[in-house]
Design a protein around this ligand. Structure first.
Ligand SMILES: Cc1cc2nc3c(=O)[nH]c(=O)nc-3n(C[C@H](O)[C@H](O)[C@H](O)COP(=O)(O)OP(=O)(O)OC[C@H]3O[C@@H](n4cnc5c(N)ncnc54)[C@H](O)[C@@H]3O)c2cc1C
Length: 419
Protein backbone atom coordinates (compact mmCIF):
# COMPACT_ATOMS: atom_id res chain seq x y z
CA UNK A 1 0.00 0.00 0.00
CA UNK A 2 1.30 3.41 -0.94
CA UNK A 3 -0.36 6.38 0.73
CA UNK A 4 1.86 9.04 -0.87
CA UNK A 5 -0.02 11.96 -2.39
CA UNK A 6 -0.09 11.88 -6.18
CA UNK A 7 1.04 15.08 -7.94
CA UNK A 8 -2.59 15.91 -8.68
CA UNK A 9 -3.46 15.56 -4.98
CA UNK A 10 -0.43 17.58 -3.87
CA UNK A 11 -1.50 20.46 -6.08
CA UNK A 12 -5.18 20.25 -5.14
CA UNK A 13 -4.36 19.95 -1.44
CA UNK A 14 -2.26 23.13 -1.56
CA UNK A 15 -5.11 24.99 -3.23
CA UNK A 16 -7.63 23.63 -0.73
CA UNK A 17 -5.47 24.61 2.26
CA UNK A 18 -5.05 28.11 0.82
CA UNK A 19 -8.83 28.37 0.26
CA UNK A 20 -9.49 27.30 3.86
CA UNK A 21 -7.07 29.98 5.13
CA UNK A 22 -8.42 32.69 2.88
CA UNK A 23 -12.15 32.01 2.96
CA UNK A 24 -13.28 29.37 5.45
CA UNK A 25 -11.58 30.04 8.82
CA UNK A 26 -12.05 33.83 8.57
CA UNK A 27 -15.78 33.31 7.97
CA UNK A 28 -16.42 30.67 10.63
CA UNK A 29 -17.91 33.15 13.11
CA UNK A 30 -19.86 34.91 10.36
CA UNK A 31 -21.61 31.66 9.39
CA UNK A 32 -23.02 31.16 12.89
CA UNK A 33 -23.74 34.89 13.34
CA UNK A 34 -25.74 34.89 10.13
CA UNK A 35 -27.86 31.97 11.28
CA UNK A 36 -28.42 33.67 14.64
CA UNK A 37 -29.40 36.90 12.88
CA UNK A 38 -31.83 35.02 10.63
CA UNK A 39 -33.27 33.31 13.69
CA UNK A 40 -33.67 36.66 15.46
CA UNK A 41 -35.52 37.97 12.39
CA UNK A 42 -37.92 35.01 12.72
CA UNK A 43 -36.62 32.45 10.21
CA UNK A 44 -33.37 30.49 10.48
CA UNK A 45 -34.39 28.17 7.63
CA UNK A 46 -32.90 30.17 4.80
CA UNK A 47 -29.59 29.53 3.01
CA UNK A 48 -26.69 31.55 4.40
CA UNK A 49 -25.29 34.30 2.20
CA UNK A 50 -21.74 33.34 3.17
CA UNK A 51 -21.97 29.83 1.69
CA UNK A 52 -23.64 31.15 -1.46
CA UNK A 53 -20.84 33.74 -1.81
CA UNK A 54 -18.11 31.16 -1.38
CA UNK A 55 -19.48 28.47 -3.72
CA UNK A 56 -18.59 30.30 -6.99
CA UNK A 57 -15.13 31.00 -5.56
CA UNK A 58 -14.61 27.29 -4.85
CA UNK A 59 -15.80 26.45 -8.36
CA UNK A 60 -13.42 29.01 -9.87
CA UNK A 61 -10.56 27.58 -7.78
CA UNK A 62 -11.20 24.12 -9.26
CA UNK A 63 -12.34 22.83 -5.86
CA UNK A 64 -15.81 21.57 -6.75
CA UNK A 65 -17.44 18.12 -6.49
CA UNK A 66 -14.13 16.65 -5.33
CA UNK A 67 -15.96 13.60 -3.95
CA UNK A 68 -17.00 12.40 -7.41
CA UNK A 69 -15.35 9.13 -8.39
CA UNK A 70 -13.78 8.99 -11.83
CA UNK A 71 -16.55 8.47 -14.42
CA UNK A 72 -17.57 9.76 -17.86
CA UNK A 73 -19.42 12.58 -16.05
CA UNK A 74 -16.30 13.38 -14.00
CA UNK A 75 -13.16 12.44 -15.96
CA UNK A 76 -11.11 14.42 -13.42
CA UNK A 77 -12.66 12.48 -10.51
CA UNK A 78 -10.53 11.35 -7.61
CA UNK A 79 -10.12 7.87 -6.19
CA UNK A 80 -11.18 7.33 -2.58
CA UNK A 81 -7.54 7.36 -1.55
CA UNK A 82 -6.96 10.65 -3.36
CA UNK A 83 -10.10 12.21 -1.89
CA UNK A 84 -9.26 11.23 1.72
CA UNK A 85 -6.84 14.08 2.50
CA UNK A 86 -9.20 16.64 0.89
CA UNK A 87 -12.17 15.43 2.86
CA UNK A 88 -10.14 15.50 6.07
CA UNK A 89 -9.25 19.16 5.51
CA UNK A 90 -12.91 20.05 4.87
CA UNK A 91 -13.89 18.24 8.07
CA UNK A 92 -12.00 20.79 10.15
CA UNK A 93 -14.89 23.28 9.83
CA UNK A 94 -18.51 22.06 9.97
CA UNK A 95 -19.87 24.09 7.04
CA UNK A 96 -16.82 23.78 4.75
CA UNK A 97 -17.89 20.69 2.79
CA UNK A 98 -20.99 22.45 1.42
CA UNK A 99 -18.85 25.26 -0.03
CA UNK A 100 -17.15 22.64 -2.25
CA UNK A 101 -20.44 20.79 -2.99
CA UNK A 102 -19.11 17.85 -1.01
CA UNK A 103 -21.57 17.61 1.88
CA UNK A 104 -23.80 14.83 3.12
CA UNK A 105 -26.40 13.72 2.31
CA UNK A 106 -26.03 15.25 -1.17
CA UNK A 107 -22.86 13.33 -2.01
CA UNK A 108 -24.47 9.97 -1.17
CA UNK A 109 -27.62 10.93 -3.04
CA UNK A 110 -25.64 12.06 -6.09
CA UNK A 111 -23.74 8.78 -6.13
CA UNK A 112 -27.01 6.87 -5.82
CA UNK A 113 -28.54 8.77 -8.73
CA UNK A 114 -25.38 8.40 -10.79
CA UNK A 115 -25.36 4.62 -10.28
CA UNK A 116 -29.03 3.70 -10.26
CA UNK A 117 -31.19 6.43 -11.85
CA UNK A 118 -32.43 6.59 -15.43
CA UNK A 119 -31.02 9.28 -17.74
CA UNK A 120 -34.16 11.49 -17.48
CA UNK A 121 -33.98 11.33 -13.65
CA UNK A 122 -30.28 12.17 -13.82
CA UNK A 123 -31.02 15.18 -16.01
CA UNK A 124 -33.77 16.34 -13.69
CA UNK A 125 -32.05 15.86 -10.31
CA UNK A 126 -28.41 14.86 -10.59
CA UNK A 127 -27.35 17.72 -12.85
CA UNK A 128 -28.70 20.55 -10.61
CA UNK A 129 -27.24 18.76 -7.57
CA UNK A 130 -23.84 18.61 -9.25
CA UNK A 131 -24.11 22.33 -10.00
CA UNK A 132 -24.97 22.99 -6.34
CA UNK A 133 -28.28 24.63 -7.28
CA UNK A 134 -30.52 22.35 -5.23
CA UNK A 135 -30.08 20.09 -2.22
CA UNK A 136 -31.48 16.69 -1.31
CA UNK A 137 -32.42 14.38 1.56
CA UNK A 138 -32.39 10.65 2.21
CA UNK A 139 -35.52 9.36 3.95
CA UNK A 140 -35.02 5.99 5.51
CA UNK A 141 -35.24 6.17 9.33
CA UNK A 142 -38.70 6.00 10.94
CA UNK A 143 -39.80 6.97 14.46
CA UNK A 144 -41.98 3.90 14.94
CA UNK A 145 -39.40 1.16 14.33
CA UNK A 146 -35.78 0.28 15.20
CA UNK A 147 -34.44 1.56 11.92
CA UNK A 148 -30.89 0.30 12.40
CA UNK A 149 -32.45 -2.94 11.19
CA UNK A 150 -33.47 -1.73 7.75
CA UNK A 151 -35.83 -4.68 7.24
CA UNK A 152 -38.10 -2.94 9.80
CA UNK A 153 -38.82 0.05 7.56
CA UNK A 154 -42.62 0.31 7.25
CA UNK A 155 -43.21 3.11 4.71
CA UNK A 156 -45.39 1.76 1.87
CA UNK A 157 -44.71 2.30 -1.81
CA UNK A 158 -47.69 0.82 -3.70
CA UNK A 159 -48.16 0.73 -7.43
CA UNK A 160 -51.37 2.25 -8.83
CA UNK A 161 -51.38 2.25 -12.64
CA UNK A 162 -48.54 4.42 -13.87
CA UNK A 163 -47.81 5.81 -10.44
CA UNK A 164 -46.48 4.75 -7.06
CA UNK A 165 -48.38 5.92 -3.97
CA UNK A 166 -46.20 6.51 -0.90
CA UNK A 167 -47.38 6.56 2.72
CA UNK A 168 -45.04 6.76 5.69
CA UNK A 169 -43.54 8.80 8.49
CA UNK A 170 -39.80 9.48 8.50
CA UNK A 171 -37.50 11.31 10.88
CA UNK A 172 -33.89 12.41 10.98
CA UNK A 173 -34.24 13.40 7.33
CA UNK A 174 -31.07 15.48 7.20
CA UNK A 175 -31.16 18.47 4.89
CA UNK A 176 -34.94 18.50 4.49
CA UNK A 177 -35.15 21.78 6.41
CA UNK A 178 -33.34 23.68 3.69
CA UNK A 179 -35.68 25.49 1.28
CA UNK A 180 -33.30 24.46 -1.54
CA UNK A 181 -33.91 20.76 -0.74
CA UNK A 182 -35.82 19.82 -3.89
CA UNK A 183 -35.62 16.04 -3.94
CA UNK A 184 -35.81 13.08 -1.58
CA UNK A 185 -34.69 9.50 -2.01
CA UNK A 186 -37.24 7.52 0.01
CA UNK A 187 -36.95 3.93 1.19
CA UNK A 188 -40.10 1.88 1.68
CA UNK A 189 -41.80 -1.45 1.14
CA UNK A 190 -43.15 -2.30 -2.30
CA UNK A 191 -44.02 -5.87 -1.30
CA UNK A 192 -44.41 -6.84 2.38
CA UNK A 193 -44.96 -10.49 1.33
CA UNK A 194 -41.61 -10.82 -0.47
CA UNK A 195 -38.58 -12.44 1.21
CA UNK A 196 -37.26 -10.19 4.01
CA UNK A 197 -34.47 -8.64 1.95
CA UNK A 198 -36.55 -8.08 -1.17
CA UNK A 199 -39.39 -6.08 0.37
CA UNK A 200 -37.80 -2.63 0.26
CA UNK A 201 -37.30 -0.26 -2.66
CA UNK A 202 -35.98 3.27 -3.15
CA UNK A 203 -37.82 5.95 -5.03
CA UNK A 204 -37.12 9.53 -6.10
CA UNK A 205 -39.68 12.00 -4.75
CA UNK A 206 -39.79 15.76 -5.45
CA UNK A 207 -39.97 17.53 -2.10
CA UNK A 208 -42.86 19.70 -3.29
CA UNK A 209 -45.06 16.71 -4.21
CA UNK A 210 -48.62 16.87 -2.89
CA UNK A 211 -49.01 14.99 0.40
CA UNK A 212 -45.59 15.83 1.89
CA UNK A 213 -45.49 17.66 5.21
CA UNK A 214 -42.23 18.63 6.87
CA UNK A 215 -43.46 18.49 10.47
CA UNK A 216 -40.58 19.70 12.66
CA UNK A 217 -36.83 19.91 13.05
CA UNK A 218 -35.25 17.54 15.57
CA UNK A 219 -32.44 18.88 17.70
CA UNK A 220 -29.03 17.37 18.47
CA UNK A 221 -28.10 18.31 22.05
CA UNK A 222 -30.18 21.44 21.45
CA UNK A 223 -28.69 22.36 18.03
CA UNK A 224 -31.24 22.40 15.21
CA UNK A 225 -28.55 22.65 12.50
CA UNK A 226 -30.59 25.25 10.61
CA UNK A 227 -30.85 25.81 7.71
CA UNK A 228 -29.93 22.18 6.93
CA UNK A 229 -31.93 20.50 9.70
CA UNK A 230 -32.88 16.95 10.58
CA UNK A 231 -36.60 16.82 9.96
CA UNK A 232 -39.62 14.69 10.70
CA UNK A 233 -41.47 14.24 7.42
CA UNK A 234 -44.93 12.81 6.79
CA UNK A 235 -45.79 11.31 3.40
CA UNK A 236 -49.54 10.90 2.81
CA UNK A 237 -50.71 9.45 -0.50
CA UNK A 238 -47.77 11.01 -2.32
CA UNK A 239 -47.91 10.09 -6.01
CA UNK A 240 -44.91 9.87 -8.33
CA UNK A 241 -44.49 8.30 -11.79
CA UNK A 242 -43.41 4.62 -11.83
CA UNK A 243 -40.22 5.73 -13.62
CA UNK A 244 -39.05 7.30 -10.34
CA UNK A 245 -38.38 3.90 -8.76
CA UNK A 246 -34.64 3.22 -8.67
CA UNK A 247 -33.32 -0.01 -10.14
CA UNK A 248 -36.52 -2.03 -9.64
CA UNK A 249 -38.94 -3.25 -6.99
CA UNK A 250 -37.36 -5.03 -4.03
CA UNK A 251 -33.85 -3.76 -4.77
CA UNK A 252 -33.63 -1.19 -1.96
CA UNK A 253 -30.99 -3.12 -0.03
CA UNK A 254 -28.82 -3.47 -3.07
CA UNK A 255 -28.85 0.32 -3.43
CA UNK A 256 -28.26 0.83 0.31
CA UNK A 257 -25.20 -1.39 0.08
CA UNK A 258 -23.97 0.44 -3.03
CA UNK A 259 -24.10 3.86 -1.41
CA UNK A 260 -22.80 2.85 1.98
CA UNK A 261 -19.08 2.62 1.28
CA UNK A 262 -18.30 6.09 -0.04
CA UNK A 263 -20.70 7.90 2.30
CA UNK A 264 -19.28 6.19 5.33
CA UNK A 265 -15.66 6.79 4.47
CA UNK A 266 -16.36 10.48 3.82
CA UNK A 267 -17.82 10.85 7.32
CA UNK A 268 -14.74 9.17 8.78
CA UNK A 269 -12.32 11.37 6.88
CA UNK A 270 -14.14 14.46 8.14
CA UNK A 271 -14.06 13.03 11.69
CA UNK A 272 -10.27 12.85 11.45
CA UNK A 273 -10.18 16.49 10.34
CA UNK A 274 -12.40 17.47 13.28
CA UNK A 275 -10.08 15.60 15.66
CA UNK A 276 -6.96 17.27 14.19
CA UNK A 277 -8.54 20.68 14.65
CA UNK A 278 -9.43 19.85 18.27
CA UNK A 279 -5.86 18.67 18.88
CA UNK A 280 -4.51 21.95 17.49
CA UNK A 281 -6.84 24.06 19.64
CA UNK A 282 -6.09 21.92 22.70
CA UNK A 283 -2.31 22.34 22.40
CA UNK A 284 -2.57 26.09 21.75
CA UNK A 285 -4.80 26.54 24.77
CA UNK A 286 -2.66 24.43 27.09
CA UNK A 287 0.47 26.31 26.04
CA UNK A 288 -1.17 29.70 26.50
CA UNK A 289 -2.62 29.37 30.02
CA UNK A 290 -0.81 29.26 33.35
CA UNK A 291 -2.25 27.51 36.41
CA UNK A 292 -0.58 26.79 39.73
CA UNK A 293 2.64 28.44 38.65
CA UNK A 294 3.29 26.79 35.30
CA UNK A 295 1.73 26.41 31.85
CA UNK A 296 -1.09 23.91 31.95
CA UNK A 297 0.76 22.08 29.15
CA UNK A 298 3.56 21.30 31.62
CA UNK A 299 1.27 19.09 33.73
CA UNK A 300 2.10 15.47 32.96
CA UNK A 301 -1.54 14.43 32.75
CA UNK A 302 -1.78 16.53 29.59
CA UNK A 303 1.27 14.82 28.12
CA UNK A 304 -0.54 11.52 28.58
CA UNK A 305 -3.70 12.83 26.95
CA UNK A 306 -1.95 14.53 24.03
CA UNK A 307 0.13 11.44 23.31
CA UNK A 308 -2.94 9.25 23.47
CA UNK A 309 -4.83 11.59 21.14
CA UNK A 310 -1.98 11.68 18.63
CA UNK A 311 -1.67 7.87 18.59
CA UNK A 312 -5.40 7.42 18.08
CA UNK A 313 -5.66 10.03 15.31
CA UNK A 314 -2.80 8.39 13.42
CA UNK A 315 -4.27 4.91 13.85
CA UNK A 316 -7.69 6.07 12.65
CA UNK A 317 -6.18 7.85 9.65
CA UNK A 318 -4.14 4.83 8.60
CA UNK A 319 -7.16 2.55 8.90
CA UNK A 320 -9.25 5.00 6.88
CA UNK A 321 -6.59 5.18 4.17
CA UNK A 322 -6.41 1.39 4.11
CA UNK A 323 -10.18 1.19 3.67
CA UNK A 324 -10.03 3.82 0.90
CA UNK A 325 -7.21 1.94 -0.82
CA UNK A 326 -9.16 -1.33 -0.66
CA UNK A 327 -12.33 0.29 -1.98
CA UNK A 328 -10.31 1.55 -4.94
CA UNK A 329 -8.49 -1.71 -5.61
CA UNK A 330 -10.77 -4.60 -4.63
CA UNK A 331 -14.16 -2.87 -4.35
CA UNK A 332 -16.59 -1.91 -1.58
CA UNK A 333 -17.81 -5.45 -1.09
CA UNK A 334 -14.42 -6.94 -0.29
CA UNK A 335 -13.58 -3.85 1.80
CA UNK A 336 -16.71 -4.20 3.94
CA UNK A 337 -14.86 -5.17 7.13
CA UNK A 338 -12.50 -2.18 6.82
CA UNK A 339 -15.42 0.15 6.06
CA UNK A 340 -17.26 -1.12 9.17
CA UNK A 341 -14.08 -0.79 11.26
CA UNK A 342 -13.47 2.85 10.37
CA UNK A 343 -17.15 3.65 10.93
CA UNK A 344 -16.64 2.51 14.54
CA UNK A 345 -13.10 3.80 15.07
CA UNK A 346 -13.17 7.31 13.58
CA UNK A 347 -16.20 8.87 15.34
CA UNK A 348 -15.29 7.29 18.70
CA UNK A 349 -11.74 8.58 18.39
CA UNK A 350 -12.97 12.05 17.36
CA UNK A 351 -15.43 12.20 20.28
CA UNK A 352 -12.67 11.33 22.74
CA UNK A 353 -10.14 13.78 21.31
CA UNK A 354 -12.69 16.61 21.17
CA UNK A 355 -13.72 15.78 24.74
CA UNK A 356 -10.08 16.20 25.84
CA UNK A 357 -9.89 19.52 24.00
CA UNK A 358 -13.09 20.67 25.72
CA UNK A 359 -11.53 19.78 29.09
CA UNK A 360 -8.39 21.72 28.17
CA UNK A 361 -10.50 24.81 27.49
CA UNK A 362 -12.23 24.68 30.87
CA UNK A 363 -15.64 26.39 30.85
CA UNK A 364 -14.86 27.91 27.47
CA UNK A 365 -14.83 24.42 25.98
CA UNK A 366 -18.54 23.85 26.43
CA UNK A 367 -19.47 27.37 25.32
CA UNK A 368 -20.23 28.70 21.86
CA UNK A 369 -17.02 30.78 21.90
CA UNK A 370 -15.00 27.83 20.59
CA UNK A 371 -15.97 25.33 17.87
CA UNK A 372 -15.54 22.37 20.22
CA UNK A 373 -19.00 21.90 21.74
CA UNK A 374 -20.64 21.89 18.32
CA UNK A 375 -17.94 19.59 16.94
CA UNK A 376 -18.54 17.16 19.80
CA UNK A 377 -22.29 17.16 19.17
CA UNK A 378 -21.74 16.48 15.46
CA UNK A 379 -19.27 13.66 16.03
CA UNK A 380 -21.42 12.04 18.72
CA UNK A 381 -24.26 11.70 16.21
CA UNK A 382 -21.97 9.69 13.93
CA UNK A 383 -21.90 6.87 16.48
CA UNK A 384 -25.62 6.50 15.62
CA UNK A 385 -26.17 7.95 12.19
CA UNK A 386 -25.51 5.66 9.26
CA UNK A 387 -25.96 2.68 11.60
CA UNK A 388 -25.01 2.57 15.29
CA UNK A 389 -21.63 1.30 16.50
CA UNK A 390 -23.10 -2.01 17.65
CA UNK A 391 -24.37 -2.93 14.21
CA UNK A 392 -21.00 -2.29 12.59
CA UNK A 393 -19.23 -4.21 15.37
CA UNK A 394 -21.64 -7.07 14.73
CA UNK A 395 -20.65 -7.09 11.05
CA UNK A 396 -16.95 -7.07 11.93
CA UNK A 397 -17.39 -9.90 14.45
CA UNK A 398 -19.42 -12.04 12.06
CA UNK A 399 -16.82 -11.67 9.32
CA UNK A 400 -14.09 -12.53 11.79
CA UNK A 401 -15.94 -15.56 13.14
CA UNK A 402 -16.70 -16.78 9.63
CA UNK A 403 -12.97 -16.78 8.84
CA UNK A 404 -12.44 -19.27 11.65
CA UNK A 405 -15.30 -21.63 10.93
CA UNK A 406 -14.22 -25.15 10.05
CA UNK A 407 -17.14 -25.47 7.69
CA UNK A 408 -17.62 -22.17 5.90
CA UNK A 409 -21.37 -21.72 6.09
CA UNK A 410 -22.95 -18.49 4.95
CA UNK A 411 -23.07 -16.06 7.89
CA UNK A 412 -26.07 -13.79 7.88
CA UNK A 413 -24.83 -10.19 7.94
CA UNK A 414 -26.90 -7.34 9.33
CA UNK A 415 -28.13 -5.13 6.54
CA UNK A 416 -26.16 -1.99 7.20
CA UNK A 417 -27.51 1.28 6.03
CA UNK A 418 -26.17 4.44 4.52
CA UNK A 419 -27.27 8.00 3.79
C1 LIG B 1 -27.82 13.75 13.32
C2 LIG B 1 -28.43 12.57 12.65
C3 LIG B 1 -28.63 12.60 11.27
C4 LIG B 1 -29.27 11.52 10.63
N1 LIG B 1 -29.53 11.62 9.29
C5 LIG B 1 -30.27 10.66 8.70
C6 LIG B 1 -30.71 10.80 7.34
O1 LIG B 1 -30.36 11.78 6.65
N2 LIG B 1 -31.54 9.86 6.81
C7 LIG B 1 -31.95 8.79 7.53
O2 LIG B 1 -32.69 7.96 7.00
N3 LIG B 1 -31.54 8.61 8.82
C8 LIG B 1 -30.73 9.52 9.42
N4 LIG B 1 -30.37 9.37 10.74
C9 LIG B 1 -30.87 8.25 11.50
C10 LIG B 1 -29.85 7.22 11.89
O3 LIG B 1 -29.30 6.58 10.76
C11 LIG B 1 -30.54 6.26 12.86
O4 LIG B 1 -30.81 6.99 14.05
C12 LIG B 1 -29.71 5.04 13.15
O5 LIG B 1 -29.59 4.22 12.03
C13 LIG B 1 -30.30 4.20 14.29
O6 LIG B 1 -31.64 3.91 14.07
P1 LIG B 1 -32.69 4.23 15.23
O7 LIG B 1 -32.53 5.65 15.63
O8 LIG B 1 -34.04 3.79 14.78
O9 LIG B 1 -32.20 3.36 16.46
P2 LIG B 1 -32.64 1.86 16.82
O10 LIG B 1 -32.61 1.01 15.61
O11 LIG B 1 -33.90 1.94 17.60
O12 LIG B 1 -31.43 1.42 17.75
C14 LIG B 1 -31.29 1.97 19.10
C15 LIG B 1 -30.07 1.39 19.71
O13 LIG B 1 -30.17 -0.02 19.79
C16 LIG B 1 -28.90 -0.59 19.80
N5 LIG B 1 -28.78 -1.62 18.77
C17 LIG B 1 -29.33 -1.65 17.54
N6 LIG B 1 -28.94 -2.75 16.86
C18 LIG B 1 -28.14 -3.44 17.71
C19 LIG B 1 -27.42 -4.64 17.61
N7 LIG B 1 -27.44 -5.38 16.48
N8 LIG B 1 -26.70 -5.05 18.67
C20 LIG B 1 -26.66 -4.31 19.82
N9 LIG B 1 -27.32 -3.17 19.95
C21 LIG B 1 -28.05 -2.72 18.92
C22 LIG B 1 -27.91 0.53 19.52
O14 LIG B 1 -27.32 0.97 20.73
C23 LIG B 1 -28.78 1.61 18.94
O15 LIG B 1 -28.25 2.92 19.12
C24 LIG B 1 -29.68 10.40 11.38
C25 LIG B 1 -29.44 10.37 12.77
C26 LIG B 1 -28.84 11.42 13.40
C27 LIG B 1 -28.65 11.38 14.89
Amino acid sequence: MNFDYTDKVKDMRERLLAFMDQHIYPNEARFFEEISANRAKGNAWVPTAIIEELKPKALAAGLWNLFLPRSPRAPQGLSNLEYAPMCEIMGRVPFAAEVFNCSAPDTGNMETLERYASEPLKDEWLEPLLRGEIRSAFLMTEPEVASSDATNIQCRIERDGNEYVINGRKWWSSGAGDPRCAVYIVMGKTNPEAPRHSQQSMIVVPSNAKGISVLRPLTVFGYDDAPHGHMEVLLENVRVPVENLLLGEGRGFEIAQGRLGPGRIHHCMRSIGAAERAMELMCQRLNSRVAFGKPVSAQSVWHERIADARCRIEMARLLTLKAAYMMDTVGNKVAKAEIAMIKVVAPNMACDVIDMAIQAHGGGGVSGDFPLAYAYASQRTLRLADGPDEVHRQSIAKLELARHMALKTEVEMPITRGF
